[in-house]
Write a protein that binds this ligand. Structure first.
Ligand SMILES: Cc1cc2nc3c(=O)[nH]c(=O)nc-3n(C[C@H](O)[C@H](O)[C@H](O)COP(=O)(O)OP(=O)(O)OC[C@H]3O[C@@H](n4cnc5c(N)ncnc54)[C@H](O)[C@@H]3O)c2cc1C
Length: 349
């Protein structure tokens, strides 16, 4: 069995496959992707995609319309469970909802079809950067010229990242006979929001917050469900972290970090798919041209943008600002509110 590859990518999520596919498009063929799970695999995600995310996937030739894809008609905004405003789609940059398991599986199949080698059920047990070598489960060892960590916020690569502050996000999906609608709820968690979306008989309830150790998020979630008069099996509740801010893009000139592994995810809205695809593209360009500085610069620019979002996050979730936004803003300046929501939450990005 082959034991040396020009590029090894750790993680077959959107950022890992985008890196591999871009490399392949640019003429780099000797690529191996390692994935600890087997596809189709579950991924905690609310499934909102922006126009730019859709376009980015389509540039790979992916038919994302086939992945239980629904156009969102409007968002209902709630503050402390009271409806404050409905933002119709004419205000929104066209936004969609998608089945993330199907999306990731389709992307995986596309990568396989394009000839990318993916070893599923495979994960790193030890990394020896000085030898350009990784030790895998089942006692296999492979060496590389370039290594790309695309293994998410808490994967193996996260041990090299300095930033440990994270958003927590949790969600549950269950069949429920509710009318098709999306509700975004503020005032449920101190520094985040919750969502309830029902489409075609399936309801997805989730919440996010800046992670505070010791806070009982499960209880917060159960309380939110109770107050919505929804019941479901909480054993199905899944939680994951998303990054707050970007981290180290390149280590030792030949070890790269992409997607959530480098913090390429909007800290305010959790919108990460587009940045995963983009960071994969930029990383592939830097590897092909042997210019890691180019990738560092891209991540630095992204970091500045996310810092601004973090400042906004800190300001927005102050109690008086929330109160003013929802009790005064939504009542008297609804057009402005729709514009701001569109820009910062629905992602004109
Ligand atoms: C609850 C929640 C809701 C979200 N909602 C949205 C949304 O609506 N829209 C949006 O755009 N973004 C959303 N995001 C963010 C988005 O899901 C992420 O930004 C995106 O998945 C990052 O892609 P990635 O490829 O970097 O990482 P991932 O998608 O996490 O993929 C990492 C891959 O690496 C594998 N892996 C992990 N460790 C190892 C290892 N040691 N060895 C080998 N493989 C490994 C994993 O199995 C996985 O397949 C949400 C996130 C959460 C948590």
């Amino acid at each position: 069995m082959k034991t040396h590859y020009q590029v090894i990518v750790v993680g077959a999520g959107p950022s890992g496959l985008a890196t591999a596919l871009n490399l392949r498009q640019q003429g780099v063929d000797d690529i191996l992707v390692l994935e600890k799970k087997t596809f189709p695999r579950y991924k905690c995600c609310a499934g909102y995609i922006t126009n730019k995310t859709k376009t980015a996937y389509e540039q790979f030739g992916l038919d994302i319309g086939a992945c239980h894809y629904t156009l969102i008609k409007d968002f209902n905004i709630f503050y402390q469970l009271r409806g404050v405003q409905t933002i119709p789609n004419r205000f929104l940059y066209t936004n969609r909802k998608i089945d993330r398991v199907e999306l990731d599986h389709s992307f995986f199949l596309l990568a396989k079809m394009r000839g990318i080698a993916v070893w599923e059920d495979t994960y790193i047990e030890c990394h020896e950067p000085d030898k350009n070598q990784v030790l895998l489960n089942q006692e296999r060892t492979v060496t590389y010229e370039y290594l790309v960590f695309a293994d998410g916020t808490t994967g193996f690569g996260s041990r090299y990242q300095p930033e440990k502050r994270r958003n927590i996000a949790m969600q549950v999906t269950f069949p429920a006979d509710r009318r098709d609608a999306i509700g975004i709820h503020f005032g449920i968690t101190p520094k985040g929001y919750a969502w309830v979306s029902s489409y075609q008989g399936i309801t997805n309830v989730g919440l996010t917050d800046v992670y505070t150790p010791g806070r009982d998020y499960r209880a917060v979630f159960a309380n939110f469900l109770d107050r919505l008069e929804l019941s479901c099996d909480l054993r199905e509740l899944r939680a994951a972290f998303t990054p707050i801010g970007t981290g180290l893009p390149v280590m030792d000139q030949n070890v790269f970090f992409v997607g959530d592994a480098v913090g390429a995810c909007d800290p305010l809205t959790l919108s990460g798919l587009r940045y995963s695809l983009k960071s994969g593209e930029k990383c592939a360009q830097s590897i092909r041209t042997g210019n890691p500085g180019r990738y560092r610069r891209y991540i630095r620019t992204l970091g500045i943008r996310f810092k601004m979002m973090t400042v906004l996050q800190r300001l927005f979730y102050r109690k008086p600002i929330l109160w003013l936004t929802f009790n005064v803003g939504c009542r008297y300046f609804s057009g402005l509110m729709a514009f701001a929501f569109n820009h910062f939450f629905v992602n004109k990005k």
